[in-house]
Design a protein around this ligand. Sequence first.
Ligand code: RB5
Length: 147
Amino acid sequence: MKIAIGSDHGGFRLKEEIVAQLAQLQLEVKDFGTHSGEAIDYPEIAEVVAKAVVTKEFDLGILICGTGIGISIAANKIKGVRAAVCGDVFSAQMAREHNNANILALGERVIGSGLARMIVETFLKTEFAGGRHAKRVDKISRLEEDC
Ligand code: RB5
């Protein structure tokens, strides 16, 4: 499984931890930055990670900012992205199982790193359930055509 990851300065420290976790899990990971605590606008990172995921270069993406909110809003502007901010393990499971989310967004200033690691593990191991959920996800995609 190939994972694209990125953060702004507000998510930088947590991103470094998650990159190490992904390496430990022996997953292929590309770190799209940021690479320091210096301020960077989250839409810039959201765009590169989101495009890497929708072009199928990567299977899933992880985006981190202070809250997970700004970076997920930005990523969701890219056609084909379903980015879900998750602050608990149940939501991470449902985001994959029901919503076929292709990007997990986390807030470094909201959750601790232990919980973040559990959320990441759950998100990566959970498969989309399909069935009745596929119809709903298709309807989300159709909304993009109206814009
Ligand atoms: C940066 O200070 C902060 O606004 C950003 O990381 C994020 O929380 C935005 O949603």
